[in-house]
Design a protein around this ligand. Structure first.
Ligand code: ZN
Ligand code: ZN
Length: 490
């Protein structure tokens, strides 16, 4: 399906574009030079692109000294985070060994896991880090409290890091750079101080959000209340299970929610398929989606970060998307952002074409007619006497390895040695199959001087090469820089 739109007629080969009234239009000249600069960028890059920015930043940043001793290591550890991330699961597991699990507490722990997890995925991530939708105040407070119960820092701190992750993905400025290894991106970055200070990202919009300011200001009391007190007290008050609440709903639930989020930085950059772009490490996988409340379609997410969805297919697991959609139905959320299907499909098609190109590169193709020797009629006649050569559509084919395999029998082929078999091959005797056309093209050995009929591409190009995956550098230069139609302004 093509989209019809007025054609922009512009001759980019000329430095100046002239208006039809004969006056020079400086705006058009500027546009023309901009278009050529854009083209130059895409072809070789002289501008400061992201890599240059990162390289410049790294050059001007003094790295922390390498850790050379155990004593030196102690000064390089985030102790609060190390204690939290080791003590919570340790005490939780030992406690679980001595504490029977009541079904009410188990169910509550799972529900509280989803609540605090959604605080991160629907709140910290899609609402505040990426502004994927607008939330009403009750929803904002609900998510801010849930997120603080996941004990992963304040919204402001978390979002700044996450925006830097998107801005500097897979570079030394990425706070949880997947290129530094699975475990570093999973948990190492939270425990060991980075050798290079991570890049920054703008969060000035969050400073204007009163819920973000409130949560940042009261972060520690809120963390203590939502992370530990509430999940302990509810089982105690309603079914008299104080210890079970503390062990299962507070400590073990927190361990699960921690590693669930950490998997977005590690597993989602390691496991699965690059369905929309393979420039960087983010991947799509259902397992990651299952353990991260729907954040597993991370390749899509890095391409379309402001889309409120991570999974775009109805059958893919993305409860965070479903939650946001339900909130919209309840008038608690609005302005849910989605990228247009057209743009999404471009990425998908590009990756499909890349895979097809790889397949194409592993197939042996016939020689291009431009690379074949040009042979005179006399020479063709002479050489046909020595080996079975047949002329079809101006191309000379050596059928010595095939003549005995010909499904129609060898005599019929032999009848055309040294002759022009074009009509016979194209239906005069038999309307050959596409496979036969493809095979014939493999037998090309020469081109008859003056023998190739003009405009016979559909006969010369075998069916297997009519839809060809070509890189833009392989296309004709004329199609790369100017419209085929002459400009009406000339
Ligand atoms: Zn990521
Ligand atoms: Zn993100």
């Amino acid at each position: 399906m093509s989209v019809s739109r007025p054609r922009l007629k512009m001759d980019l080969s000329s430095p100046t574009v002239w208006r039809s009234d004969g006056k020079n239009d400086p705006k058009a000249t500027e546009m023309s030079s901009l278009a050529c600069k854009t083209l130059a960028l895409s072809q070789g890059a002289t501008f400061e692109d992201r890599e240059n920015y990162v390289a410049r930043k790294l050059k001007n940043t003094k790295p922390r000294p390498p850790i050379t001793s155990w004593w030196g290591l102690s000064g390089e550890v985030y102790w609060f985070q190390l204690i939290l991330l080791t003590m919570v699961p340790t005490v939780g597991l030992i406690g679980a060994y001595y504490t029977p699990l009541r079904w009410e507490t188990g169910l509550f722990a799972v529900l509280y896991y989803f609540y605090t997890g959604l605080g991160i995925t629907a709140g910290y991530h899609r609402l505040w880090s990426h502004r994927c939708y607008n939330a009403s105040n009750p929803l904002k407070y609900f998510l801010a409290l849930g997120g603080v119960g996941a004990v992963q820092g304040s919204i402001k701190w978390w979002s700044r890091g996450h925006r830097a992750h998107h801005r500097f993905t897979d570079t030394k400025l990425d706070p949880y750079n997947a290129k530094d290894g699975f475990w570093y991106s999973h948990i190492g970055w939270l425990i060991i101080k980075p050798r290079i200070r991570p890049g920054t990202a703008d969060v000035s919009d969050l400073a204007r959000d009163h819920v973000v300011r409130w949560q940042h200001k009261f972060y520690f009391p809120l963390l203590f209340t939502m992370g530990f007190v509430v999940p302990t007290i509810i089982p105690w008050l309603f079914w008299d299970d104080l210890r079970g609440g503390y062990i299962y709903a507070a400590l073990l639930r927190l361990t699960f929610v921690h590693h669930s989020t950490f998997c977005v930085n590690s597993l989602a950059h390691w496991l699965g398929e690059a369905r929309f772009d393979d420039k960087n490490t983010p991947r799509d996988h259902v397992i990651t989606a299952l353990v991260t409340i729907g954040e597993g379609y991370h390749n899509f997410h890095h391409q379309f970060p402001m889309d409120y969805r991570n999974a775009i297919k109805w059958y893919q697991y993305d409860p965070t998307k479903w939650f946001i959609w339900i909130c919209q139905q309840l008038r608690l959320a609005s302005h849910l952002k989605t990228f247009s299907d057209n743009e999404v499909r471009k990425g998908e098609l590009t990756m499909q074409l890349k895979r097809l190109r790889q397949q194409q590169d592993h197939i042996v193709w016939p020689q291009d007619s431009n690379d074949l020797p040009v042979v005179s009629w006399e020479s063709y006649q002479k050489q046909s006497a020595e080996r079975p050569l047949i002329l079809i559509s101006g191309l000379i084919h050596d059928v010595s390895t095939f003549i005995d395999e010909h499904p129609g029998g060898a005599p019929i082929v032999a009848r055309y040695i040294g002759k022009d078999a074009t009509t016979a091959f194209f239906g005069g005797v038999y309307e050959h199959s596409s496979a036969a056309h493809n095979l014939l093209a493999m037998k090309r050995v020469g081109i008859l001087h003056g023998g190739m009929p003009h405009g016979a591409d559909d006969r010369i190009i075998p069916p297997s090469q009519r839809l060809w995956v070509a890189r833009y550098t392989e296309l004709g230069s004329s199609s790369a820089c100017s419209e085929s139609e002459p400009s009406s302004t000339e």
